[in-house]
Design a protein around this ligand. Structure first.
Ligand code: DOR
Ligand code: ZN
Length: 341
């Protein structure tokens, strides 16, 4: 039995680093393990301009511990009025790695999101031409659609037509949660990929109601049935190179989670790689962790692989009940692997 596992340093292809005091509190947790991360733009106001992304990137860099080699990869928040010129210019200048599509109303700070993808056809055209990836929050917002079905319906109503209309556009379906999404990504070929979070690998929707209402397990897309969790596990650990690590770490202060209207988001950054390692270990797939965490994403984005390594050690770590003002994923649990300092 392996007790140490050294892998190429991983990247997080989907993270919320926030801003201000929360950014100061969380940036170091991501930078401890990951070399790079795709940083979500759903600030208030959202990051829609090149200059705003540059300024945000500087605030992130300033919040990192001294000597951190961490590189934030910035994204542009798409609105109905998104300007193709601005976006392509930001991409060419090395500021915007990708654009994020939030259907309006789908999740935290998505009020300025896109109300209909037809409104951004010129932007998608320009991105396709520039080879710039589109990252999608893949849920419809139609209130008539059951919240547990919103991802599967998004595939049929929005994603399938979008891939048909923009046949060369590179797309990442973020934080997939369903068997339908896993199968769709697997069968589509090169230009469609998906990120997978640790919470969707560990938890089914039962976790939301385990002995009472569990706000710290609430995120969007919401946790699904057990059969979906198992399908997403098979996707992550099965070796297909178009599935890769994206934590969707989304911190909210404890009072905003434990509330009459709790915010969506799981703060998993402090023990993210440990959490994924537990899953790969349980699935007998530790030999596939490196590809999922450190290779598939970089290759898909066309970026160089990281040079350094991280070492996971069996023996475990006790996850604290609080990290600052936030309750972390796995609070109070023991995880079987820890990242060596
Ligand atoms: O649970 C979530 N939290 N899902 C999202 O899509 C956004 C995120 C956040 O920003 O809090
Ligand atoms: Zn997210």
């Amino acid at each position: 039995m392996t007790d140490r596992l050294t892998i190429r340093r991983p990247d997080d292809w989907h993270v919320h680093l926030r801003d201000g005091a929360m950014l100061e509190a969380v940036a170091g947790h991501t930078a401890r393990t990951f070399a790079r991360a795709i940083v979500m733009p759903n600030l208030s106001p959202p990051v829609t301009k090149v200059a705003a992304a540059q300024a945000y990137r500087e605030r992130i860099t300033a919040a990192l511990p001294a000597g951190s080699g961490f590189t934030p990869l910035m994204t542009c928040y798409l609105t109905d009025n998104a300007d193709p010129g601005e976006i392509v210019r930001g991409h060419a200048a090395g500021v915007f790695t990708a654009c994020k599509l939030y259907p309006a109303g789908a999740t935290t700070n998505s009020a300025h999101g896109v109300t209909d993808v037809r409104n951004i056809a010129r932007v998608l055209e320009a991105m396709q031409r520039a080879g710039m990836p589109l990252l999608v929050h893949g849920e419809v917002t139609d209130p008539a659609v059951d919240i547990f079905d919103r991802e599967a319906v998004f595939i049929e109503r929005v994603l399938r037509p979008l891939l048909r209309d923009f046949p060369a556009l590179k797309v990442v379906m973020e934080h997939i949660t369903t068997a339908e999404a896993a199968a769709f990504v697997e069968e589509r070929g090169d230009r469609l990929a998906a990120t997978i979070t640790p919470q969707h690998l560990h938890l089914s929707r039962n976790a939301l109601f385990d002995g009472g209402l569990r706000p710290h397990a609430y995120c969007l897309p919401v946790l699904k049935r057990e059969r979906h969790r198992l399908a997403v596990r098979r996707a992550a650990t099965g070796g297909c190179p178009r599935f890769f690590l994206g934590t969707d770490s989304a911190p909210h202060e404890v009072a905003r989670k434990e509330s009459g209207c709790g915010c969506a988001g799981v703060f998993n950054a402090p023990f993210a790689l440990e959490s994924y390692a537990a899953v790969f270990d349980e699935e007998g797939a530790l030999d596939r962790l490196e590809a999922f965490a450190s290779e598939n994403g970089a290759r898909w984005y066309g970026l160089p692989l990281n040079e350094g390594t991280v070492t996971l050690v069996r023996g475990g770590v006790l996850v604290p009940e609080r990290v600052g003002d936030v309750v972390p994923f796995h609070a109070g649990e023991r995880l079987g692997w820890r990242v060596e300092a």
